[in-house]
Design a binder for this molecule. Sequence first.
Ligand SMILES: *Cc1c(COP(=O)(O)O)cnc(C)c1O
Length: 380
Amino acid sequence: MNTPLKIDFNRPAPVGREMDYVAEAIRGGHHSGDGPFTKKAAALLEAELGVPKALLTTSCTHALEMMALLLDLQPGDEVILPSFTFVSTVNAFVLRGARPVFADIRPDTLNLDEAQVEALITPRTRAIVPVHYAGVGCEMDSLLETANRRGVRLLEDNAHGLFGKYKGKYLGTFGALAAQSFHETKNFSCGEGGALLINDPALVERAEILREKGTNRSRFFRGQVDKYTWVDIGSSYLPSDILAAYLYGQLEQREKIQAHRKRLWEFYFAALQDWAQAHEVQLPHVPAHVEQAYHMFYLLLPSLDARQRLIAHLRGRGIMSVFHYLPLHLSEMGRRFGGREGDCPVTERVSDQLLRLPFHNVLTQEEQERVAEAILEFNF
Ligand SMILES: *Cc1c(COP(=O)(O)O)cnc(C)c1O
């Protein structure tokens, strides 16, 4: 008997004209940042989302670091964010000397619990950073109301949520700033990449300077100044135009990619609904007023033990599944900021129970059928 082919958790792959565009970028001779493909990709994001400015960056981590720089954070300033997120959401602010204040998540969507934010605000709070987990929008009405009333910035980590909507409005267009990821594990990829979306026009000019090593080079290229010079702090956050070419090829296929991911998500949901109910497994919840971005499909198993055994069971059948995130407030770094067991009980529980199924742009229905069959055979 042949061993069945392995089913990857993630498999980055071109789906449109990515290879042609990369070749074109290489032949065209503009290999550094802000070349023709960078401009096309940024213009596509601006037009599609209706944001005043999109700046491509080398990663979502760097877009988050730019956010923290734009806020002019001072040591001791506080930023409220979920403990249930990727380290970069927090590191970007900690790098500028800020103190992370961890909030718990809602048990239904696993998004920042908007009801807990108000009590965490102090005179030192500078920003609230919701993460649209799995591409399902956070409760933006409530978060915006709290942020505006208390004079605190709202910044979105939208790494999962590109083209998802909350009450008909695109995720990434609510906060003063939003960060996107084009890492190979996200819906749209160029290997490593990201974007900073700027919704507050007052922040555009300084963002361009920070991204261009602290120079006013962007204004020079637009003919607004006759020479460019060092005007502020900054770093190098521009991706190569060769990467932007790959990304543009992906973004051009956004309808095809999102339609495919929607089919994948709906297949898993339909195939596992009865099984989940019978075994007290929680499937993802998408509120009616949210249009999700179909970033992932996860299960919440009844226990850590069941989760670990299901991962091993699937691996035995060549199927790769993964878990994430370890609660940041209980990490070595998080504890240095005072994190203690019991601070964020939902995060602590979900982190033990969550399992992510294979989900990517070239996953086939046959592969999904094998995944679903294997799950239905699992002995609890
Ligand atoms: C992937 C991810 C990031 C980091 O993205 P990079 O582009 O790899 O820097 C940040 N936040 C969240 C929630 C992510 O999932």
